[in-house]
Design a protein around this ligand. Structure first.
Ligand code: F6P
Length: 359
């Protein structure tokens, strides 16, 4: 048996722990393992395919990033190709990928990625490749799994920042607006905001009214709390308004969102007269050592993916459905993106403890 591993899309702390667990589990069964570099680029002659041995995964479980590297503009069905005139077009290179995988004697692939990589995995499966998926995203927006590795680390990074912002905000009687990742969903903002006792949390699932946000800040001022912390997901938007699109995206890449914190800070300052500062936490949330929780979850996913291959569960994704790791059809996972339920107990508790969602 010869299997191959690929990591695609934005990185997330815990990827190396998945790789390590999968490689060791497979080798200990007597299988061979290959690593496809930079998403699927290694299978399209754009990068390498390398053997993964016990020694290649030694000492990597605690490291952020991915030893296989990754890309979020390498969809083989929409692969960017530069034309002689310099323009970029997208072409379907999936047949070439499959032919190369067959030529290398690859029997099955473990594809570790978010919704984009999982939909590529499903399409390759439909074309006859044996694929098992492992969900990865710091945003925690993959359905069918209670959580994804990387999310806990990102929440802790955001939490540490909120804790630090509290002391400077209080010293200066300022409003601090902190933007966290979450293109379509507000899990990082919600979890870090509640754990960090923010005053306002803004998420895409609950469109906000800037006046309500300011009401909360004024109310705090009246009761002698002359500073406020606003945590906003990058994908949050005002009721009836639009998500902030940032810069240009490459062909095959999702639209980049972000920059909302500065707009909100400006609006708060204009309306309340309070000194307001903003910051974007950005890719800090994707880096660094995975927490113990993420390392364990990632390791469990890696082991479970190899078991799913042994059971020939093609087109399945490993998922946490506590207390077990299960394998569920990727097709079902792709039906809908996981979102924050506005009636979830975390939202209810946040409201009950005085946090405003600006609605
Ligand atoms: O990992 C998902 C995510 O964190 C989104 O929340 C964010 O919009 C995106 O990645 C940014 O990724 P990149 O800068 O790599 O395009």
């Amino acid at each position: 048996m010869r299997i191959a591993l690929s990591t695609g899309g934005g990185d997330a702390p815990g990827l190396n722990a998945v790789i390590r667990a999968a490689v060791l589990s497979a080798i200990n069964r007597g299988w061979e393992v290959l690593g496809i570099k930079r998403g699927f680029a290694g299978l399209m002659g754009e990068d390498e395919v390398v053997p993964l041995t016990k020694s290649s995964v030694r000492g990597i479980a605690h490291l952020g990033g991915t030893i296989l590297r990754t890309t979020n503009h390498g969809n083989p069905f929409h692969y960017p190709r530069r034309q002689p005139d310099g323009s970029l077009i997208e072409i379907d290179r999936s047949d070439e990928l499959i032919a190369n995988a067959r030529a290398l004697g690859i029997d099955a692939i473990i594809s570790i990625g978010g919704d984009g990589s999982l939909s590529i995995a499903q399409r390759l499966c439909d074309k006859g490749m044996n694929i098992v998926g492992v969900p990865k995203t710091i945003d925690n927006d993959v359905s069918g799994t209670i959580t994804t590795f990387g999310f806990d680390t990102a929440v802790n990074t955001a939490l540490e920042a909120i804790d630090k912002l509290h002391t400077t905000a209080e010293s200066h009687d300022r409003v601090m607006v902190m933007e966290v990742m979450g293109r379509d969903t507000g899990f990082i903002a919600l979890h870090s905001g509640l754990a960090g006792t923010a005053d306002v949390i803004l998420i895409p699932e609950i469109p906000y009214d800037i006046e309500k946000v300011c009401d909360k800040i004024r109310e705090r001022d009246r009761t002698g709390r002359s500073f406020s912390i606003v945590v906003v997901a990058e994908g949050a938007f005002p009721a009836g308004g639009q998500v902030h699109i940032m810069g240009k995206s490459l062909p095959g890449q999702a639209k980049r969102v972000g920059g909302i914190a500065e707009t909100i800070a400006h609006q708060i300052s204009e309306r309340t007269g309070k000194e307001t500062r903003s910051l974007v936490l950005g890719h800090l949330q994707r880096g660094g050592m995975p927490t113990g929780y993420d390392r364990l979850l990632a390791t469990r996913f890696g082991g479970a993916a190899v078991r799913a291959i042994a059971e020939e569960k093609w087109g399945h994704m490993v998922a946490l459905q506590s207390p077990h790791i299960v394998a569920i059809p990727i097709r079902d996972v792709l039906k809908e993106q996981k979102k924050v339920d506005p009636l979830h107990d975390i939202v209810q508790t946040a409201r009950a403890t005085g946090i405003s969602f600006g609605d």
